[in-house]
Design a protein around this ligand. Sequence first.
Ligand code: SD4
Length: 324
Amino acid sequence: MSKRRDFLKKIGISSSLLSLGFIGSCSDSKNVSSNSQAQLPLFISTWNNHKANSTAFNTLKEGGTVLDAIESGIHVPENDPNDTSVGYGGRPDRDGYVTLDACMMSSDGNAGSVTFMSGFKNPISVARKVMENTPHVMLSGIGAEDFALQEGFEKINLLTDDSARALEEWSVKSKYAPKINAERHDTIGMLGIDAHGDLAGGCSTSGLAYKMRGRVGDSPIIGAGLYVDNEIGAATATGLGELIMKTVGSFLVVELMRNGLSPQEACKTAVKRIASRYNVDDSQVGFIAVNKNGAFGGYSLRSGFQYVVNKSPQTELFDSSYLL
Ligand code: SD4
């Protein structure tokens, strides 16, 4: 048995899944060097967003830029009413409003973001327009919605019957307790690197279910939910946004890579920083990162976090290594 298979068996990944090519090698620090061999282009996304990742890969193959690829990939969960953490069908706040946060960063260091935005299915595309068509980085609330209308985006109702029912059930106890890896906790953060080594990233979410009205999480905050530095690498985050914002998590991961850590070690160090400073009881945080060479990694506070990688049309699913 190969060392890789041996290692995967030890951590409980079955060889049948391996032979189906569905699960890739767990990028624990032990075998990170095995993926430092660049195979570009590459896309990596939080959670099991495999359709989003393969859509991005195909967009690039068909001649789109890495930014086009990420935008098209993120549309997949944004448009999916059954994805209750992103876009249409996202769980509402406790007053019944679905409010969305999203951002994009390109290889030239430009950034755009929308926060606390209602009524538009694809906040990632509005964030891109903020980046490309305004002198600003972030538009929020009504201003973001007016801007989206001006840019020709269609206004729709984001609250599905299923989400309205879920809120009604939640309202019986009204206990705000974001659940670890639950509530289809699958905010999408996607990083991409093209064949020339140029990086870009995007992040999109409806935030935490039953949050207070007006709450904005880490996902649209440049440096917290996403950071791209085309000289070094890129990182994105998922989980309890308050913990990620307080540590400017994605920026921290990129700076750790700048100081020489591998993507995997950088994610792990950022998670450890969070755990050493804050009460992390009942919380989940996960980071993924890719460096300029196409090496990648991911790390989370607790078990259950997954991420997907495409170095080819075929998607690999990874169970993240974790701290607690
Ligand atoms: C937030 N980080 O709004 C997001 C939530 C998340 O999967 O990642 N959910 O805090």
